[in-house]
Write a protein that binds this ligand. Structure first.
Ligand SMILES: [Zn+2]
Length: 113
């Protein structure tokens, strides 16, 4: 699927305004860097680099913008946790609790999230 950093940024900006994210501690928009990858195995990743906090999304692992949105939301949970407690386990209890809430709110597939 054709994906651009701008499209990823649109998802990020929209999700930031939604109920589950708007009251969360999230990184400033100008701190974020959005990238696309051609990764066939990973849908996306989050990396808090000193040069910018990266959310990268695979073009080859999504068929629709709806799927991209779910992955951006997944990576945004990592960004939220990084803001508050960087030492928290990557997909630990805190992540899982937030994932439950986000998937219920947006109707994302929890199994694949
Ligand atoms: Zn993850």
């Amino acid at each position: 699927m054709k994906l651009t950093p701008e499209k990823i940024a649109e998802h990020y900006d929209w999700l930031l305004q939604t109920v589950p994210f708007r009251d969360q501690k999230m990184p400033d928009r100008n701190r974020m860097v959005f990238k696309t990858t051609k990764d066939k195995r990973k849908r996306g990743y989050f990396r808090p680099l000193s040069s910018g906090w990266v959310i990268a999304i695979s073009e080859d692992n999504h068929r629709t913008q709806a799927e991209v949105q779910a992955t951006v939301a997944h990576e945004m949970i990592h960004a939220n946790i990084e803001m508050i407690l960087p030492s928290a386990p990557h997909h630990g209890a805190w992540f899982q609790e937030m994932a439950d809430e986000i998937c219920e709110y947006f109707g994302f597939d929890r199994e694949g999230f």
